[in-house]
Design a binder for this molecule. Structure first.
Ligand SMILES: Cc1cc2nc3c(=O)[nH]c(=O)nc-3n(C[C@H](O)[C@H](O)[C@H](O)COP(=O)(O)OP(=O)(O)OC[C@H]3O[C@@H](n4cnc5c(N)ncnc54)[C@H](O)[C@@H]3O)c2cc1C
Length: 399
């Protein structure tokens, strides 16, 4: 079988790219190992904080209207360290926007993307797994194993867009190196009901056990994301709801009243994976396959979606989708955004996971400086909104 573009991985990033390429004259094939929407790892109970740049990209893709009903606006963020007075605050008004971002259930986002794909001209091979990849000057050959493993086939594509996640098999098979850092931390994620209205404010609280984020959900609920050292995770998951709530409440404090009800807890091991390059002959890497980040700054998917927007924009111009010049442009266009966001996120993790006394003072004054110094404040805000890495708006022309 031949196609113009084969997308490997139908998680949030691969599915977003497929939606961006739907309706074009190119023959696009999406290959996803799991059966969406119910069973793939990305389709869990989590919510995802989308920044303003991501909202704009989904608007251009015509997906935002479906998401808006399930999305809770984030009107302000408040970043602080437990036991210290310094805090940094950002409001939507600072940015001249209605919201700094939106907290969206992954399930709603995944469903909107796959619903759109099923009604499109994108060919879906799912469940099916890519088992081998070889790149030639004019095409890439992909070996595919179907659901029952006896159904195999080979696909030739002019461009392979690898969105197969942090452990990307495509990346490994093509010998593209990646730097990996295991943070020895897990994120424990759950929903929590609060006795006081959150007012649309997202909180990031650095505690001695690790950062704890509360991101607004509809009503008086929030997504609770608590980063803990791996050694403490088993106990955190085994604790009764009451014990866990009490511990989280003690770490967060009383700013939102009491934590009164807890949803199911899920845990995720945290590491940083940054591919040495986001392109190789006939191949582009996107999303977690290119860079997988700690969730401390809620930037991973937002960054991956900007990979999507950049590649889809370049593919708009027609011609060979896997041409070396196009892939070089993609790689160059994404380099500074990837470096800035992955570097900033890593710096945050290491700064706030450290109990060295001098560093504790420095980060305290760092928060005060971000709150008070207009230039620094503006640059952190723009990074938070994703505006620094937003490619030129070219997606909007699509029907
Ligand atoms: C606790 C937590 C909270 C987070 N919160 C936020 C947030 O608020 N905001 C934000 O922007 N980001 C957040 N992130 C990051 C975000 O979840 C990821 O960046 C994003 O989900 C990555 O999507 P992806 O499609 O690149 O990769 P994945 O979700 O890993 O998808 C890869 C897909 O490829 C498929 N696949 C793999 N191998 C093959 C193969 N050989 N053949 C075919 N298919 C294959 C898999 O089945 C999977 O569906 C968070 C992450 C965590 C862990």
């Amino acid at each position: 079988m031949h196609c113009d573009i084969a997308i490997v991985g139908g998680g949030l990033v691969g599915a977003s790219l497929a939606v961006a390429l739907a309706g074009t004259s190119r023959r696009v094939l999406l290959i996803e190992a799991a059966q969406p929407p119910a069973t793939a790892p990305a389709w869990d109970e989590r919510c995802i904080a989308l920044n303003d740049a991501s909202r704009r990209i989904f608007e251009a893709l015509g997906i935002w209207r479906e998401l808006e009903a399930a999305a809770e606006p984030i009107r302000a963020t408040h970043i602080s360290e437990r036991g210290r007075f310094g805090a940094a605050r950002f409001t939507a008004a600072d940015a001249g926007l209605d919201a700094l971002g939106y907290n969206v259930p992954l399930r709603a986002l995944g469903a909107a993307l796959w619903q759109r794909l099923r009604a499109s001209n994108v060919e879906l091979l799912c469940p099916a797994r890519v088992t081998a990849v070889t790149a030639q000057p004019d095409w890439v050959a992909l070996q595919i194993a179907g659901a029952d493993a006896s159904t195999t086939c080979t696909i030739h594509a002019q461009l392979l867009a690898a969105a197969d996640g942090a452990q990307s098999a495509v990346r490994a098979q093509l010998g593209i190196g990646a730097q990996t850092r295991d943070y020895a931390q897990h994120a424990v994620v759950s929903a929590v009901r609060l006795s006081r209205a959150h007012g649309g404010v997202a909180y990031e609280r650095f505690t001695s056990d690790g950062p704890l984020a509360l991101i607004p959900k509809p009503g008086s609920a929030a997504s609770l994301v608590w980063t803990l050292p791996t050694a403490q995770v088993e106990a955190a998951l085994a604790a009764s709801d009451d014990d866990y709530l009490q511990r989280a409440q003690a770490a967060f404090g009383g700013r939102l009243g009491n934590f009164v009800e807890l949803g199911r807890r899920f845990s995720y091991p945290l590491s940083r994976v940054v591919a040495e390059s986001s392109a190789a002959p006939r191949v582009a890497l996107l999303g977690n396959a290119a860079q997988s980040l700690h969730p401390i700054a809620a930037q991973g998917f937002n960054l991956g979606l900007r990979d999507v927007a950049a590649l889809a924009g370049l593919l708009d111009d027609g011609g060979d989708p896997g041409a070396a010049a196009l892939l070089a442009e993609f790689s160059a266009a994404r380099a500074s955004d990837r470096k800035r966001v992955s570097g900033f996120t890593d710096l945050l993790v290491r700064t706030f996971s450290n109990r060295v006394p001098g560093l504790m003072q420095a980060r305290h004054w760092g928060l005060v400086a971000v709150d008070l110094l207009p230039g620094l404040r503006e640059s952190v805000l723009r990074q938070h909104l994703g505006h620094l890495g937003l490619p030129p708006a070219r997606l909007g022309s699509r029907p």
